[in-house]
Ligand binder design. Structure first.
Ligand code: GLU
Ligand code: MG
Length: 441
């Protein structure tokens, strides 16, 4: 844990001029207020305030200001900003005037879940796989979905046109303290993936937020636009953010059991059961955009049915083949537009509830042969993910357990946001509709 004095010294030694106090809104967009180095003491005393009404519902009515409490361990210099008069950032918790944490703050929602885990002696290690696209910008610098890249899965240069940008992204991330495990060209043209090492859940959520900003900033340097939009192009793969999760207790991986034929413990299976039980209700968080559902319903290695497997890549949950201390459960439905704090909170909470209730997971991928009709699936008790954001918001509201994990007032705020987005979408008339119906009707 870094002390206040250490940060003040570092800022002086490194010639840092600006410090960005960062936090996410409920949907996961990173926000910030910048303070000058001279104001850092005040910021570290938790005295920087902002008007929370816009980001956290209407708190203006009772005149409530919200306070930013910086997390000293999150101090990092932003390598893509000028190196003279540097810029650093601190991730912050959002609090009330009396110092209590705001219950609707995503970081607080994850912290609450991790506290419940700690009471059982559990810690979670999470390894995210973030996919994204690199597109060209037009002559005015506006992002497009144009690319000249024609590379596919794990292709190499000169086919892979993102090679240099990816290289700089990895080096920048390492400079910021990330341990990057690997990076590669993904299946769709212009699609990439960078994987960083397992971390404790809160650390990983913080890292995902940092990762997205770093990737976008470096892409810009190459005249490219990096997007974490789940399905930017029809007819090509979308971007997922698979979460590989392991559960530890007293330094031991609880998901592994060498006595079992498949090497998986009861806890691993029950964890899967819990996630499957609440998957429909979790989607509004793990897949928060209208566009998220275009990824989930279109194949291309993205899941649709609530099934688990040790093999099939289209399943909701896959158990990678590695066993022993590295045994993990891979959740394949989240996408990178999700707020990572909320996505981890709901996934871990649902998994823990599964362990507590000894929830046996339902259908496995092998129970769903190719070409099985919707009726046959329904008869076999195989559910599928919501097809729209609207359906996902309803599912969230109906799930009592999830409402308790996220908090009633959060769910009200959040689902109202989802509905507003859905209604805005429904008020549009798309090119597809005009082309399809204008002449025919
Ligand atoms: N892009 C795929 C998805 O939408 C995943 C591809 C992969 O297996 O890495 O989830
Ligand atoms: Mg991938």
């Amino acid at each position: 844990m870094r002390t206040r004095e250490e940060i003040l010294d570092l800022v002086e030694e490194e010639d840092v001029e600006f410090i960005r106090l960062q936090f996410t809104d409920i949907f996961g967009t990173l926000k910030n207020i910048a303070v000058t180095a001279g104001q850092l003491g005040r910021a570290l005393d938790n005295r920087v305030t902002f008007n929370g009404s816009f980001l956290y519902g209407d708190r203006r009515a009772d005149g409530e200001d919200l306070y930013l409490h910086p997390d000293p361990d999150s101090f990092v210099i932003l390598p893509w900003r000028p190196q003279q008069g540097k810029v650093a950032r601190l991730l912050c918790d959002v609090c009330r005037a009396d110092g209590s944490l705001l219950e609707e703050s995503p970081r607080q929602i994850l912290r609450r879940t991790l506290k419940r885990a700690a009471q059982k002696g559990y810690t979670f290690r999470v390894h995210p796989e973030c996919e994204f696209f690199l597109f060209h910008t037009d002559e005015n610098g506006i992002p497009t979905t144009v690319t000249h890249d024609q590379a596919g899965y794990m292709d190499i240069a000169p086919l892979d046109l993102g090679e240099n940008a990816r290289r700089d992204m990895v080096l920048t991330l390492e400079e910021m303290g990330f341990q990057v495990e690997s990076s590669h060209h993904e299946k769709a043209p212009a699609q990439h993936e960078i994987d960083f090492a397992y971390g404790e859940a809160m650390e990983t959520a913080d890292q995902i937020v940092t990762f997205k900003t770093a990737v976008r900033s470096i892409a810009k340097r190459f005249g490219l636009h990096a997007t974490f939009m789940p399905k930017p192009r029809a007819g090509a793969a979308g971007s997922g953010m698979h979460l590989n999760i392991s559960l530890f207790q007293n330094g031991k991986n609880l998901f592994t059991d060498p006595q079992k034929e498949d090497g998986l413990s009861d806890e691993a299976r029950w964890f899967v059961g819990g996630v499957m039980e609440h998957a429909r209700a979790m989607c509004a968080v793990t897949n928060p955009l209208v566009n998220s559902y275009k990824r989930l319903t279109s194949g291309f290695d993205a899941p649709r049915d609530i099934i688990w497997t040790v093999k099939n890549r289209n399943a909701l949950i896959r158990i990678p083949s590695v066993r022993g201390e590295e045994t993990a459960v891979e959740l394949r439905f989240p996408d990178p537009s999700a707020n990572p704090y909320l996505a981890l909170a709901v996934c871990l909470a649902a998994g823990m509830e599964g362990i507590e209730k000894k929830t046996e997971p339902g259908a496995r991928a092998k129970d769903v042969p190719e070409g099985m009709s919707e009726e046959e699936k329904a008869a076999a008790g195989i559910q599928s993910l919501p097809e729209t954001l609207r359906e996902a918001a309803f599912a969230m509201e109906r799930d009592e357990f999830l409402r308790q994990v996220l908090g009633e007032s959060f769910v009200r705020l959040y689902t109202a946001g989802c509905r507003a987005e859905w209604n805005e979408y429904m008020s549009q008339v798309s090119e597809w509709e005009v082309e399809k119906y204008l002449y025919r009707t």
